[in-house]
Structure formats: structure tokens, C-alpha cells
Design a protein around this ligand. Structure first.
Ligand SMILES: [Zn+2]
Length: 384
């Protein structure tokens, strides 16, 4: 079986009629082969098309070398003619992204000599891997040149040059392939062997934006937003910038500075808080006579680290130091320490009688209790 690939002749065919050559039930649906098709099968980094064959939904399309396999939800009688309809929005996004990727890869190859060693078209972005590292400035320059090629609105050509011409031609993705090699050319930007679908003119691609870069293998991976996807991305970012700008009462172009100011202020407040807590702890300590048998302290608003620090300080003055922070309704976190008494045993008993969790080894235990202040004080009066 051989399928004529209509998308090679014209990537803009959205609907077509074809004869069903075969249809068998497979694992994921009916596997349909047509005498010709506009459905692009997955290949070269470009995902498969979707759409309809008659009333059946095409969920996947696969390249079987000589023929194209459509995975369809309905059975189609061999010998009959079926009407095919592509999910054109999906396909056009793929064309924008694929053509845009060629231009950026071509520019990076021309400007810095690196090869594209990986290409993935995702649902929300495109990633391209290059064989060498690039600085932020180099990426920005390549992006600028790529967008200039878009704005030049050049015609994109797909041809099958003769063997002689091909031999002398400098193009990307040069591999030993039998059969005709399809060369996709973007004048002034790129020449590349490719089996994908492309837009007619570069102007249809829309914006090409590199949104992030990371080291990958011995080179770099760039994340791209191209065409309609770039505009969607812009929209999302615009909404976020607006929201942050409103929250901080800062101009959109100054939100970075405004956030830094907030962080600095927060840092200052943290330092102030630490200093105030330190003063509070010193005052509390003064009230405990040196050598007191036990000291039970309830202090609201302390975090776990602070409870521990206070208990530590108190234990330098009292035989047993127990510090609680929290409330009767929400429970208390605690730290108990003693150099003299068995606080590990105390912890077990406390957990049982005061609905607690946690514990530890001598000389310090910590945890939380779901009990009121009165009950806790009574427990220490009676037992310790
Ligand atoms: Zn390609």
C-alpha cells in the first residue's frame, strides 16, 4: 500500500476526499489506510494531526514509510470514498512553530555554528536543544534576527533538489537518507532537510520568543513561544504583571524593583522581631530565680524554634524548664528540658494524659498537646 501525501504538495489542504484502502481493528481504534491524505503523521519533532474521517475521529496518525496509518474511532468500508477534515487550528499552530523553530535554529547555526540536536513541540511550548552553550546576549541577538526574518515576510520554499545540486548544497540536518531529500529554505535565514509542514510566508509565523534557557547535555536547551502560542503566553504574563502591579501599587515596568523593596522590608521586620523576642526572653528570665526547681511558661506567638530557644535559656536557671506556646482551642507546642529529671518518661505520660504527640530523649523533648493551660499546669503540679 502507498499513500500519496497531499501535505507535501500543499500544507494548506484542510479537507479532502480519498479512497479507503484498508481498515482493521487495532489496539487504539480502527487503523485506516487511504490512497491519499492531508493528515500529517508524527515525525521530525512535529506531532501528528487530528481531525475527522467521515464521522470518525482521527486521534493519531503514524508514518509507515510507504503509507500513512490513521487511527480512527469508526470503521470505514474499504473501497468507499471518505471525506477527511483536519483540526486546522491544531495543524496551523504546528506549522507556525515548526517554521519558527527552523528560522531560529538556522540563525543560531549561522551566527554561532551550533547544531540543533533535539526538537520537541509540546502543548504549551517548543524546546530546541543546541550542541553548544550560548550567552543571554547571544540568544537575544539570534532571537532578534529570527524576528527580523519573520517581518521580512519571505516565501518559504520546499523542494526536492537533484543529487548534483544537493551534493553542493549546504544545509542543516544532513543525514544519509535513501530517496528524495526535501529541502526547506527560508531565504536569508535557513536551509534544512525536513519532512514537516510549513507556512507559506515567514510573516504567518508571528512572534518568536525565547522564554528560558538551561544547560542540557554539553549544550543548551531553549524554550520557545512562537506565533499564537507566543501571544497566549504574552496574555498570561500580562495578566500576572497587572495583578502584581495592582497589589504593589507600582507601574508594570517597575514591579521587580517594588518586590525587592518589599523583600527588604520583610527582612528588616524579621530582624526587629528577633530583637524584640530576645528582649522578651530576657525579661522572662529575670523573673525566674536562679536554682528554682521548675519553671512552667506559657507564651503566645512563638514558633517552634523560639519555643526551643526559650526552653534552653530557662533550663540554665531552673531544674526543669517547660515552655508552651499556642492556645486552649488550637493546642500547644512544647519543649521540656531538664538535666536532673527524666523528661523522656514525662513526655510519654504527658502524651497519654494530655492528648499529645512527640517526645524525645533526655535531656530534651518536644511536641504538641491538645489540652488547655489549666490541665497542663495541673499535670505538672501533681506529677513533677
Ligand atoms: Zn523541520
Amino acid at each position: 500500500m502507498v499513500t500519496k501525501r497531499l501535505y507535501f504538495e500543499n500544507a494548506y489542504i484542510k479537507e479532502f476526499d480519498a479512497r479507503v484502502q484498508s481498515c482493521v481493528e487495532g489496539k487504539n481504534g480502527y487503523e485506516v489506510v487511504l490512497d491519499e491524505t492531508a493528515f500529517f503523521p508524527e515525525g521530525g519533532g512535529q506531532p501528528a494531526d487530528q481531525g475527522y474521517l467521515g464521522q470518525g475521529e482521527v486521534t493519531d496518525v503514524r508514518d509507515k514509510k510507504d503509507y500513512v496509518l490513521h487511527i480512527c474511532t469508526k470503521y470505514l468500508e474499504p473501497g468507499t470514498t471518505v471525506h477527511g477534515r483536519l483540526d486546522w487550528n491544531r495543524r496551523f499552530l504546528h506549522m507556525q512553530q515548526h517554521s519558527g523553530e527552523h528560522i531560529l535554529s538556522g540563525m543560531i547555526h549561522r551566527m554561532y555554528g551550533y547544531d540543533n540536536i533535539g526538537f520537541h513541540m509540546g502543548k504549551d511550548f517548543v524546546t530546541v536543544d543546541f550542541s553548544g552553550l550560548l550567552t543571554e546576549e547571544q540568544i537575544a541577538e539570534a532571537e532578534k534576527q529570527a524576528n527580523a526574518a519573520v517581518l521580512a515576510d519571505e516565501r518559504i520554499l520546499a523542494e526536492y533538489p537533484s543529487g548534483e545540486v544537493l551534493e553542493k548544497l549546504a544545509y542543516r540536518s544532513k543525514k544519509e537518507i535513501d530517496g528524495d531529500i526535501r529541502i526547506v529554505t527560508v531565504p536569508g535565514a535557513d536551509v534544512c532537510a525536513c519532512c514537516g509542514t510549513h507556512v507559506k510566508r515567514t510573516g504567518e509565523i508571528g512572534p518568536i520568543k525565547v522564554t528560558s534557557s538551561e544547560h542540557y547535555k554539553s549544550g543548551i536547551r531553549l524554550t520557545l513561544q512562537i506565533g499564537w502560542m507566543a501571544l497566549n503566553d504574552y496574555d498570561t504574563k500580562q495578566k500576572n504583571v497587572k495583578a502584581v502591579s495592582k497589589l504593589l501599587s507600582a507601574k508594570p515596568e517597575e514591579i521587580g524593583e517594588a518586590v525587592q523593596k518589599q523583600l527588604d522590608q520583610m527582612q528588616e521586620l524579621k530582624q526587629e522581631n528577633i530583637a524584640l523576642k530576645q528582649r522578651l526572653f530576657e525579661m522572662l528570665l529575670k523573673e525566674i530565680p536562679q536554682g528554682q526547681e521548675k519553671a512552667i511558661l506559657f507564651e503566645a506567638g512563638l514558633n517552634a524554634v523560639e519555643v526551643r530557644r526559650l526552653a534552653d535559656l530557662v533550663s540554665s536557671r531552673a531544674g526543669l524548664a517547660a515552655v508552651f506556646s499556642g492556645s486552649d482551642s488550637g493546642g500547644y507546642k512544647y519543649v521540656v528540658c531538664s538535666q536532673e529529671k527524666d523528661v523522656a518518661a514525662l513526655g510519654k505520660r504527658m502524651n497519654q494524659e494530655l492528648n499529645g504527640r512527640g517526645g524525645g530523649k533526655n535531656p530534651m523533648i518536644q511536641g504538641s498537646l491538645q489540652a488547655g493551660e489549666q490541665a497542663i499546669r495541673k499535670f505538672f503540679q501533681e506529677h513533677y
